[in-house]
Design a protein around this ligand. Structure first.
Ligand code: PLP
Length: 291
């Protein structure tokens, strides 16, 4: 049986529930994090905790418990669900209070949700071998996309548009530039061979996987620029890919139906995907979820 953690209780996931007055329900007044798991190891554990702390601080939300205690809860949910390959999801909301837009005063106890989900590793690896298609949609999100909140309606609409067009992901375009994707960061290897992704700003989520890929590329002396690219540059690129905790680095072979390069995963994407999987899951920094 799949088990979720909600406010100190481990309950069947299908019945786990929060109050209708929860500020996550009413206002998306909540932040979240997602960790990738392979062989029971957490990827980029510290990076996700650092971003969580930043998201909470930006919204002036108190941490619901110590980071050490939170780590224990995450591991317990993974253990109870016997997940070895998959994702761990954490959500923290400002808590349940009578509906009023302003923060509850005095503050109420935050709501904590933790779930763990299995993913089929062979299917993920097979998808990466083939690459995926993306479509482009207008980036209609708010101006604080750097905070990892559950206010994901625009992202959900974009992903649905991708789904309806036979694509895996949607790339978001603002003022002619690709900001990121609905649930991942966007990258190209441009026509000169330079690896590019949009710079950190309020317009993108500071992907933990993005940061790891930047570091790995620089370690390998690849030409890297944190500089936004246009849709035209993307269509003329040698390679394209996305990064996220769930996808790692995943080749994009078509944008709006047009082939990128030879429409197969390119050498830089392949190198970085392999390097990331090695560094995130096999490296000494990874922490064991079991035992
Ligand atoms: N951008 C958006 C909008 C996301 O939702 C995500 C992940 O869910 C990412 C980027 C990738 O971030 P990370 O690599 O930390 O998973």
């Amino acid at each position: 049986m799949n088990v979720a953690y909600v406010n100190g209780v481990y309950a069947p996931r299908s019945r786990a529930a929060v109050s209708i007055e929860d500020r996550a329900v009413q206002f998306a007044d909540s932040v979240y994090e997602v960790w990738g798991l392979r062989d029971g190891r957490f990827a980029d554990e510290e990076g996700h905790f650092a971003r969580l702390a930043r998201s909470l601080a930006e919204l002036r939300m108190a941490a619901p418990m110590s980071e050490a205690a939170l780590r224990q809860v995450l591991r317990e949910v993974v253990r109870r669900n016997r997940v070895r390959d998959g994702l761990v999801y954490l959500q923290i909301s400002r808590g349940a209070a009578r509906r009023d837009h302003a923060f509850p005063n005095p503050p109420v106890a935050p709501t904590i949700i933790v779930t763990a989900s299995r993913m089929d590793r062979r299917a993920l690896d097979a998808r990466a071998e083939k690459g995926v298609a993306v479509v482009t949609v207008a980036d209609i999100r708010w101006s604080r996309c750097d905070i990892k909140t559950t206010g994901l309606l625009a992202n959900a609409l974009a992903r649905q548009q991708a789904r309806e067009n036979g694509a895996f992901e949607a790339w978001l375009v603002r003022d002619g530039f690709v900001t990121e994707a609905s649930a991942s960061n966007a990258w190209i290897v441009d026509s000169r061979g330079v690896l590019r992704t949009a710079p950190e700003s309020d317009n993108i989520l500071r992907g933990v996987t993005r940061a790891a890929i930047l570091r790995l590329a620089r370690e390998r002396q690849m030409a890297v620029e944190e500089r936004a690219f246009t849709l035209e540059e993307a269509l003329a690129a040698r390679e394209a890919f996305i990064t996220s905790a769930s996808a790692g680095a995943l080749a994009v072979t078509r944008i709006d139906g047009r082939a990128i390069g030879d429409a197969v995963p390119g050498p830089i994407t392949r190198t970085l995907r392999a390097a990331y999987l090695h560094a995130a899951y096999a490296g000494g920094a990874a922490a064991r979820a079991h035992g």
